[in-house]
Design a protein around this ligand. Structure first.
Ligand code: SAM
Length: 270
């Protein structure tokens, strides 16, 4: 098992927040949220609105937690970085949803200790599995935390094939592109440190092994990383890219080469 150093998220939390304000960062959050939002009405069926609970695992700056709270969920953000949790707290305050968001400093490996029973209708796990040591353990913990057949989780991971195109098109590094075809790990551009890469078919079967069946699969950021800067200038352009990305991300042939893959999953057996 490879030990991953996650101190980057403590010392570099502001850097991560600045990335989320870029076109690429915004698109990752906005597209993943829209994909998840389409499923939310089906979650927590039978729960009165005040009982709908969500967990944002590795929730970082709270970008998704704030949206879930706005949608009527009580949200717990779990993160191993105090600096990230401080940003999440600020975001919750700024959005006026502090009373619906609680923050917990913990590692993904401590989920069973933190939450001994199934107590969430929705679990969000976006861009976290790249850094955990024991993937199977975290996936099983997510399954254990989902309560009821209607509960769902959203899992977003870095797509290996997207790293091939990124190395070739963005960096012009054909050797790296070839290496990335089969690489288990790559250096992420923001911090220059390691992040795990995922193959969609492999993760699908690991999810099933953990008792989670895939109900939808989307590509996130198919073309945005390779567009000329002249196209990324204003909100109208952003809306146009967002609309096209949404269409492409729903089509398997494009989703297969996106930078990220998003799985919407539910308990395989209630
Ligand atoms: C790339 S950020 C993603 C943040 C957020 N989910 C998003 O999509 O913007 C990864 C987050 O996971 C947290 N993290 C990394 N390893 C973790 C672990 N083992 N347990 C809990 N949190 C972890 C980091 O502190 C960071 O906030």
């Amino acid at each position: 098992m490879r030990r991953v150093n996650t101190s980057r998220f403590e010392s570099g939390a502001e850097k991560y927040a600045a990335y989320l304000a870029t076109t690429e960062g915004r698109l990752r959050v906005d597209l993943a949220w829209e994909n998840l939002r389409a499923f939310l009405p089906q979650c927590a069926v039978g729960c009165s609105p005040e009982l709908r609970r969500a967990l944002d695992l590795g929730g970082g700056t709270g970008a998704l937690a704030v949206r879930l709270a706005g949608f009527g969920f009580d949200v717990v953000v779990v993160d191993s970085s105090d600096a990230m949790l401080a940003l999440a707290e600020q975001a919750a305050r700024a959005a006026g949803v502090s009373s619906s968001i609680s923050l917990r400093h913990a590692g993904a490996a401590e989920l069973s200790k933190e939450f001994p029973t199934a107590c969430f209708d929705v679990v969000v796990c976006h861009s976290l599995l790249e850094y955990v040591e024991n993937l199977a353990e975290v996936l099983c913990a997510i399954r254990r935390l989902l309560r009821g057949a209607g509960a769902a989780a959203s899992i977003l991971v870095r797509n290996r094939l997207g790293e091939v195109l990124k190395a070739a098109i963005q960096s012009g590094d054909l050797d790296l592109a070839e290496t990335n075809l089969s690489a288990e790990w790559a250096a992420e551009s923001l911090y220059g440190e390691s992040a795990r890469l995922f193959d969609a078919a492999d993760l699908r079967s690991r999810l099933l092994e953990a008792g989670l069946k895939v109900v939808a699969e989307r590509g996130v950021r198919v073309i945005a990383d390779y567009l000329p800067a002249s196209l990324l200038q204003d909100e109208r352009a952003y809306a146009r890219i967002f609309a096209l990305e949404t269409m492409l991300g729903e089509r398997p042939e494009f989703a297969g080469i996106a930078r990220y893959t998003q799985f919407l999953v539910q308990p395989a057996h209630a």
